[in-house]
Write a protein that binds this ligand. Structure first.
Ligand SMILES: Cc1cc2nc3c(=O)[nH]c(=O)nc-3n(C[C@H](O)[C@H](O)[C@H](O)COP(=O)(O)O)c2cc1C
Length: 208
């Protein structure tokens, strides 16, 4: 099948949304935990990306905030901190339902039966059930003019990672902690490491 821009635009709205949400391939599966004066909030987010390692920065895309209230964004902007928690196989369903549009006064932690965890004096909730989790300080909001979304960038302040999935060179084995990936907006995949390759130097390219 070949689809031109016109063919894509002619698809019905839901089919186009499903298709375009899927074409970027497997995305990371995370829960973003935030806190405001009145409540906590938890949201599944599939757009977390690495921005840089020194300083350690991660970002994610938030959909437009003009039409609907965005608890995650409001909390981050008012409180200045958030957590990113890897979703693993045993909590997929609970994590998925954090995407429901729930009243701000009700916490997705309660509705989805996930446990708030506070570590030291870090001012945002981690997800106790998650194995790999990060605490970040809000650094920057970058408006994406093309579609009104924004990228929220945070600086890594805390990293909680099980010893059994990190080696002495810092490489992480995501399969050992059953982290999952997301296709589109509703398909979840498990991860299997296929291989590990060396840094690609121009003079060391194999003869294929
Ligand atoms: C699999 C999946 C991935 C999602 N990824 C994102 C995302 O990357 N960015 C976003 O703004 N919303 C994303 N959502 C939607 C949010 O989870 C949803 O809007 C949630 O209600 C936001 O929480 P809030 O309104 O409490 O801030 C995703 C939903 C699902 C089911």
């Amino acid at each position: 099948m070949r689809l031109t821009e016109k063919n894509i635009n002619d698809l019905n709205r839901v089919k186009r949304l499903n298709l375009i949400n899927g074409v970027s391939g497997i995305k990371s599966a995370n829960l973003i935990g935030t806190y405001s004066r009145s409540n906590t909030n938890l949201a599944i987010i599939s757009s977390v990306v690495h921005i840089g390692s020194d300083p350690a920065l991660l970002g994610f895309i938030m959909r437009p905030s003009s039409e609907v209230k965005r608890d995650t964004l409001n909390n981050i902007e008012s409180n200045g901190y958030f957590t990113i928690n890897h979703i693993h196989e045993s909590i997929i369903e609970k994590a998925h339902y954090t995407s429901a549009k729930i009243d701000s006064k009700i916490s997705e932690f309660d509705v989805c039966s996930l446990t708030e965890e506070y570590l030291g004096d870090f001012p945002a909730p981690f997800v106790q059930e998650c194995h790999l989790k990060m605490g970040l300080k809000f650094a920057e909001k970058v408006e994406i003019k093309s579609n009104g979304t924004s990228m929220i960038i945070g600086e890594l302040k805390e990293l909680i990672i099980p010893d059994e999935c990190i080696d002495d060179r810092g490489y992480i084995r995501l399969d050992r902690i059953f982290t999952v990936g997301i296709g589109g907006l509703n398909s979840y995949y498990n991860l299997k490491r296929i291989t590990t390759l060396p840094y690609a130097r121009p003079n060391e390219i194999p003869k294929f």
